[in-house]
Design a binder for this molecule. Structure first.
Ligand SMILES: [Zn+2]
Ligand SMILES: [Zn+2]
Length: 268
């Protein structure tokens, strides 16, 4: 992990605490052996969650390359094909009209990261690996524009009842521990039940199905604030766009987006 960025937020444990935790995680992994959901190898530490250390290394190296080569959109964070020259900033050309300012993600939605995001839908736990990725992405976003509060993408109440927890809120809480920013679950609600119909929809249909799906309940909490919107995955950006539009209409100063993962561009 990039220590200069990571050290901005990361709650530092003493060396002794870290060693104790690493030993505990390794012992638990031996007692309850789990196979990596990506490659099938044995997982050697609880900190890795559902994937092995090698599969996590692949995620980190891919993200490291993307950062070094600046092969991502400076606004929406979408991975882009490597360029022959390396300009300071590149743009995907598709996100100009999206209402949020900057979006960043912990990594690309594939391999260990994809499996971990899927697991988070059924188990409300953020393993250490995910926290580390979140921390780096949060620091990168903070350099661009500091945020005032965190809002997780809300679930419709019916959906929340089915699921029992909102995975975006679990991520928001983990992020709050890292950044010390408050989590605001009061301002924004999902007024329409749209999630279930969205599989297989094109970007335009998705955007239309989302119109008026979100409402601001407590505008005082967001007025003149830079809001950090948090979700598990960003695909087309249509959900983030719709929420950003809603928040800006009700007085937010700007909206940034942080997700655990970013779906790879179809340009790749
Ligand atoms: Zn593996
Ligand atoms: Zn873009």
């Amino acid at each position: 992990m990039n220590s200069s960025l990571g050290s901005i937020f990361y709650e530092r444990l003493s060396r002794l605490d870290q060693t104790t935790l690493a030993l505990r995680d390794a012992a638990l992994a031996m007692l309850f052996p789990l196979e990596c959901r990506v490659c099938g190898a044995m997982i050697e530490s609880l900190r890795d969650g559902v994937a092995c250390a090698d599969c996590w290394l692949a995620v980190e190296q891919r993200m490291e390359r993307i950062r070094i080569e600046k092969s991502f959109c400076a606004k929406c964070g979408m991975p882009l094909p490597p360029a022959s020259t390396s300009p300071d900033e590149r743009f995907c050309g598709r996100c100009d009209d999206l209402a949020f300012s900057v979006a960043r993600a912990g990594g690309v939605y594939e391999g260990a990261l994809r499996e971990s995001v899927l697991r988070l839908k059924s188990q409300p736990h953020i393993p250490v690996r995910l926290r580390e990725l979140l921390n780096i992405a949060a620091a990168s976003l903070h350099e661009k524009q500091p945020s005032d509060s965190i809002i997780p993408v809300p679930l419709h109440p019916d959906r929340l009842k089915e699921r029992t927890f909102n995975q975006a809120e679990i991520i928001a809480n983990a992020l709050s521990k890292l950044t010390h920013l408050p989590v605001d679950t009061a301002s924004l609600i999902r007024a329409e039940h749209t999630e279930k119909h969205r599989a297989g929809m094109g970007a335009r249909e998705r955007a239309r199905s989302l119109e008026n799906a979100f409402q601001v309940r407590a505008p005082r909490l967001i007025e003149n604030k830079v809001v950090l919107l948090v979700d598990d995955v960003m695909t087309t950006g249509s959900t983030a766009n719709e929420i950003a539009r809603t928040l800006l209409n009700r007085g937010a100063q700007a909206v940034n987006v942080l997700t655990l993962a970013r779906a790879a561009s179809d340009l790749l």
